[in-house]
Write a protein of this length. Structure first.
Length: 120
């Protein structure tokens, strides 16, 4: 039996989102300097926003707001997916980096989708 949820940090969705954020933040640091204020900034901001929205929703105090923030987090995941496709097509990341990151992204989205379904 799993331990009771006492904090947003106990949520598997948040844990996956946090790990995704760290991975994407590091990956974006490998992009060309010319992207510092473009894709790098967007990916880094989005990578933090996924976990932050899950935490914010958890603390919102009512189910409707919680669900809204979780859906916002899912939207950020989709946006990150698109930004990473741009990075792949522009050859800022390798196919291997794409596949690894896409797997992490998909897992975070899958767990988040399950949390959203459980609240409906």
């Amino acid at each position: 039996m799993s331990a009771p949820i006492q904090s947003y940090r106990d949520l598997i969705a948040w844990q996956k989102a946090f790990a995704l954020g760290i991975a994407l933040h590091r990956l974006a640091g490998e992009f060309p300097d010319a992207e510092k204020f473009g894709l790098v900034a967007q990916i880094r901001r989005g990578s933090v926003d996924v976990a932050a929205n899950i935490a914010r929703g958890y603390g919102a105090g009512n189910p409707q707001d919680y669900l809204w923030f979780l859906k916002s987090a899912r939207g950020e995941i989709y946006k990150l997916d698109t930004q990473l496709l741009f990075a792949l097509e522009l050859k800022y990341i390798t196919d291997e980096a794409w596949e690894s990151t896409k797997s992490t992204l998909d897992e975070a989205e899958r767990v988040l989708a399950g949390l959203i379904r459980s609240l409906r």
